[in-house]
Design a protein around this ligand. Structure first.
Ligand code: GLU
Length: 554
């Protein structure tokens, strides 16, 4: 047995606080009973994966549903993986989807809250203090093994066919006497601080995961590293201290961390911290060649949240879609409450699926069409302009040149009981509105098979004679009906269906020809509204142009 007090003095000469002072500095939060404190704790690698957004969203909604706190902590103890401005990338990524933390890191060198600092690299004094407590209890020791020695150990273990790692009889430095340690330190040998695990291979830990249920795993027997040679903690140790001091009640994170739970529970217990509750989320999967795999940062552009921003998906759409993956009852709730705020959905961690949900871009588009169909014209215009300002500046200028006009276009058929669902992302608005802008519209006509160019030309000729821009919608339609009979069409669709051979077609065909002449499309929102917005001059010139083109065709 070595003298732990002496070891503590040897290793930690200048501690800034006592554990009690720290506990007092970060008191229990005064929240209402049952309020959950959750966090998102990414490394600042500068890439926000859709799985990260998913986890952050679930952590936030879990906290919000209980009037709790959701905070953002940056886990930057591994400087090798960090990129410049990785923090902003993550914060901006989350914010652009409305997953804003009420506490923690807000941006580069910006944070808010009483439990900070929220960047691990700024909390070393705190970690040292708790590491020292472990040393004092004989639960941590310095290890002077070099990289070379460790690699030899691994080879040896491989040859022996035993589990790899630093544990039990292989944990050479666990046996060092205090004199040997002192001598090594005096000689300036670098060392890490290791946990002296009391775990036993044949014993199990059991914990109740809110999503996955009861999980049983072998205890951790590895003497894992707590502090690296430069005194910076490893993720495992830092997160235990932080989740304790920041008073996290529920650790919501990806299920790739389940295998680390035995280490984590051990750390919480050895440090005298209450073990938080766990909720491990299954990853988002992708279907490929009949199988399933995780969405990959390398292979799938849709793995990065920036993809959705670039594509022009509104943030609500992405969140609504992720909610359908998270809680299977969300879709039903949305149907019953089409106009309710997303935040009023009673989010429930227990309803999360145990295995990975399949990501489906087509489904995202459907969800998004619904979301956009319920927006006001102003919202669609603002969203589109924000998107276009960055990704399609020509179109932005076009919209900006007459925003009232743009808003009127987007108002067509909006706000009705059954709004059209044809825009899935802001990048589609250009094509959707194209025929309103001569700058981006090139007429190109394709008639349905049942209408000949000759008949189309006759329809247009006749229509030009009667067209009156001051008509309201009823008068406009009445006029279309009026020209039917002389052209061999019937104004009455039912009548046509009864005796199709008596007519060339019905009023729907007549309006189709006019629609094609004005927009080059067979399917558009309300044609009367479109023509009113375009105005007499443009309407007449488009009717004439189309008539000329059809005449040339026969
Ligand atoms: N920093 C870890 C990560 O990058 C967080 C794991 C956790 O949430 O405990 O995913």
């Amino acid at each position: 047995m070595i003298d732990n007090q002496r070891l503590s003095k040897l290793l930690f000469k200048e501690l800034k606080f006592t554990p009690q002072e720290i506990e007092d500095k970060y008191p229990q939060r005064s929240l209402k009973e049952g309020a959950r404190v959750t966090r998102f704790a990414p490394s600042p690698t500068g890439f926000l994966h859709i799985g990260g957004l998913f986890a952050a969203m679930i952590a936030k909604f879990t906290a919000d549903a209980t009037d709790g706190v959701f905070y953002l902590r940056i886990e930057d103890t591994d400087k090798k993986r960090e990129i410049d401005d990785g923090v902003s990338e993550i914060v901006d990524g989350l914010n652009s989807f409305g997953i804003t933390a009420s506490e923690g890191v807000l941006g580069f060198e910006r944070e808010k809250g009483d439990y900070g600092p929220y960047e691990q690299s700024k909390r070393c004094d705190l970690y040292h203090c708790f590491a020292n407590e472990l040393v004092k209890q004989g639960l941590a020791y310095p290890c002077f093994c070099t990289a070379d020695e460790l690699s030899k150990l691994r080879d040896e273990q491989e040859n022996q066919g035993v589990n790899k790692g630093y544990y039990g009889e292989f944990a050479k430095c666990a046996q060092l006497s205090i004199e040997q340690i002192e001598q090594n330190i005096n000689q300036g040998k670098p060392y890490v601080l290791r946990l002296r695990s009391q775990g036993q291979e044949d014993k199990k830990i059991v914990f109740d995961d809110i999503i996955k249920g009861k999980i049983e795993m072998p205890e951790n027997i590895q003497d894992i590293v707590l502090l690296k040679t430069n005194g910076v903690p490893t993720y495992h140790f830092a997160h235990a201290v932080d989740d304790h001091l920041m008073r996290t009640t529920h650790i919501v994170r990806g299920d790739e961390w389940i295998s680390s739970v035995p280490i984590h529970i051990q750390l919480f217990k050895y440090c005298g911290f209450k073990v938080p509750k766990y909720a491990h989320i299954a990853p988002i999967m992708k279907e490929e060649d009949g199988g399933k795999r995780k969405l990959s940062k390398r292979k799938d552009p849709e793995a990065a949240v920036s993809y959705y921003v670039q594509q022009g998906f509104p943030k609500q759409s992405v969140i609504e879609y992720l909610l359908t993956l998270a809680n299977s009852n969300f879709e039903e709730w949305r149907k019953a409450n089409p106009n309710a705020q997303q935040s009023s959905f009673p989010f429930n961690l227990k309803k999360m699926s145990v295995s990975g949900a399949l990501f489906d871009l087509a489904k995202l588009s459907d969800v998004s069409k619904n979301v956009i169909s319920l927006m006001s014209a102003d919202e669609v215009l603002n969203g589109t302009m924000q998107w276009a300002q960055k990704y399609d500046t020509d179109f932005y200028e076009l919209l900006n040149s007459d925003m009232e006009f743009a808003k009127n276009i987007l108002s067509i058929d909006r706000g009705t009981k059954k709004p059209r669902k044809d825009i899935a992302k802001y990048s589609e608005v250009k094509d959707y509105t194209r025929y309103f802008y001569d700058e981006i519209y090139t007429p190109s006509y394709t008639l349905p098979e049942n209408i000949s160019p000759k008949d189309a030309a006759l329809i247009l000729e006749k229509y030009m004679e009667v067209y009156d821009p001051s008509d309201d919608k009823n008068q406009w339609f009445a006029r279309l009906k009026d020209i039917c009979q002389p052209l061999g069409y019937t104004p009455n669709v039912k009548e046509y269906k009864k005796n199709p051979s008596d007519f060339k077609g019905h009023v729907g065909d007549v309006s189709t020809v006019i629609r094609i002449a004005i927009t080059s499309r067979v399917n558009t929102p309300d044609l009367h509204a479109i023509m009113s917005l375009l105005g007499k001059e443009k309407v007449m010139s488009r009717l004439k142009l189309a008539k000329d083109v059809f005449e040339e065709e026969f």
